[in-house]
Design a protein around this ligand. Structure first.
Ligand code: 6PG
Length: 241
């Protein structure tokens, strides 16, 4: 594999390594910047990673936290990516609430996407049509090769103009808000965390098939991209080792 892939015995080890790398990159960024920016994903795999980050003795006061995507549910809903992050990381880490920039999933998705884009513009000090450059974007990959809330066939996969958008995910009959490709591709560091046997075939396709993000959205920012590392368990890496 020409891309940077690290393969671990299990999800636990892959998640711990991803958490450690996040801390290392944040510390590095903070040496030369007044603050660092981190966008995290949801799903189930990140729980272990969040727990490790929460246990670290890290000064979070200069880190700003965002989400790669959010489901159209209130922050108290079990499907909320914010809720997962809050329970596993924000609360136990004592992460400063002023540095938490969540997507308001309880609002109409179009409204939430607009407010979220405005919030990002404000924190990054952006003007006009500029896109943010996150220091770290942590992403997962679904069994259908989706990433963020960009599912195969989604026309927004070709939107490199906007920061975030509302997206209707047919598969789950659910509105969501997601960061868009221009932002994912602009990240200084992309950390992909994927574990489990159901990720083996999509991972093979994402790494080995020709670039076609409409079909394999996880290729966004990862295909021959620099600053990209995959954190995998053996089961996910089975077809690419
Ligand atoms: C979401 C995610 C999504 C996730 C993948 C993989 O809100 O669903 O952000 O893109 O990263 O579905 O999820 P797992 O890592 O749990 O398999």
């Amino acid at each position: 594999m020409s891309v940077n892939s690290l393969i671990f015995a299990d999800a636990r080890a892959a998640s711990s390594a991803c958490a450690a790398r996040i801390l290392e990159l944040l510390a590095g960024a903070l040496e030369s910047q007044p603050f660092a920016t981190l966008a995290v994903s949801g799903g189930t795999t990140p729980a272990l990673m969040f727990a490790d980050m929460a246990k670290a003795r890290f000064d979070w006061s200069r880190v700003h936290l965002f989400w790669v995507d959010e489901r159209g549910v209130p922050p108290t809903d079990s499907q909320s990516n914010y809720k997962l992050t809050k329970e596993k990381f924000i609360d136990p880490a004592g992460f400063p609430s002023a540095n938490v920039h969540r997507v308001q999933g309880e609002l109409a998705a179009e409204t939430a996407a607009k407010l979220y884009s405005d919030e990002i513009r404000k924190v990054f000090g952006l003007t006009g049509t500029a896109l943010p450059r996150f220091d770290i974007v942590h992403r997962g990959m679904g069994p259908d090769a989706h990433t963020a809330s960009l599912f195969p066939g989604e026309p927004l996969i070709e939107d490199r103009t906007h920061i975030a958008a509302a997206v209707y995910v047919e598969k789950f009959q659910q509105w969501r808000v997601t960061l868009l490709p221009g932002v994912l591709e602009g990240a200084r560091n992309t950390l992909m965390l994927a574990a489990g046997a159901d990720k083996a075939e999509p991972l093979r396709a994402v790494l080995r098939e020709p670039y076609d993000p409409l079909r394999y959205p996880s290729q966004l920012a990862t295909y021959n991209g620099s600053g990209v590392t995959w954190f995998l368990d053996k089961a996910a890496a089975r077809l690419v080792e």
